[in-house]
Design a protein around this ligand. Structure first.
Ligand code: CTP
Ligand code: CA
Length: 225
């Protein structure tokens, strides 16, 4: 599909989308991960394809089938996702960072499976890189006009936390996601979000399907194109 001429409001645009929860190994069989089904990110990929964009989906492991027509870059760890994002956004028009990226990884993962009879492991964690902050820093340095959309899944002070992430990560838009409601956030088909734009506009969407939320995010990409 990337090779085909597309029609639609995003024809000729290249959108990079990340989805799923990255996995940080503890040993060859165990990982630390984040709750994320990938549904919202995959829905954004589908909506961007429907709008005629060329779509690259950088995906951590999920149980979903990627939408037909996007270029899929599978990754596991936050470091792999970071490398893929930096490569794939070098010539893209927008990045939508829907992935739940691990904030911490093991300082040293075990190369052999840890046997439970022998020991209860003490896990020493270190910070991972902030992918969005890196992208923003590179953009500031190069002047390359990449639009950047982030997500903020919050359990408290939703708008204040989202607003501070918008500023700190120098985003164009942050999708603030209330994860306390049972009909929003992880795994379910619906979502409750407020869009917070860099220009100060906010837009609270009603409870709706993740596909609808995705279409509204893609509308923002269209407004910028
Ligand atoms: N993100 C990222 N790199 C990370 C962590 C997060 O690019 N290492 C992105 C996420 O994909 C999301 C946005 O940053 O689009 C906000 O993620 P979130 O976890 O809400 O914010 P953090 O900055 O990690 O802060 P905290 O988890 O402490 O709330
Ligand atoms: Ca985080």
């Amino acid at each position: 599909r990337l090779a085909l001429a597309q029609s639609g409001p995003l024809a000729g645009k290249h959108i990079v989308i990340t989805a799923g929860g990255t996995q940080e190994p503890i040993d060859p069989v165990r990982v630390i991960t984040n709750r994320s089904s990938g549904k919202q990110g995959y829905a954004v990929a589908r909506a961007a394809l429907d709008a005629g964009a060329a779509v690259t989906l950088i995906t951590a492991p999920t149980s979903l089938v990627p939408p037909l027509g996007c270029r899929v870059v599978p990754v596991k760890t936050a470091a792999e996702m970071q490398a893929a994002v930096l490569t794939e956004t070098a010539q893209a028009d927008a990045l939508v960072m829907a992935a739940a990226v691990a904030d911490f990884r093991l300082a040293e993962a075990s190369s052999e499976k840890i046997k439970k009879e022998k020991t209860v492991p003490q896990i020493h964690l270190e910070r991972t890189a902030d992918i969005l902050a890196d992208v923003a820093a590179r953009r500031a340095q190069s002047g390359y006009p990449l639009r950047v959309v982030g997500f903020a899944a919050e359990s408290q002070d939703l708008l204040q936390n989202a607003q501070s992430k918008l500023t700190r990560k120098r985003l164009d838009l942050i999708v603030a996601n209330d994860i306390t409601a049972p009909d929003a956030g992880f795994e379910v088909e619906t979502n409750r979000v407020t869009l917070v734009f860099a220009d100060g506009r906010t837009e609270t969407l009603p409870l709706q399907q993740k596909a609808e939320v995705a279409r509204r995010i893609v509308d923002a990409l269209v407004e910028w194109s």
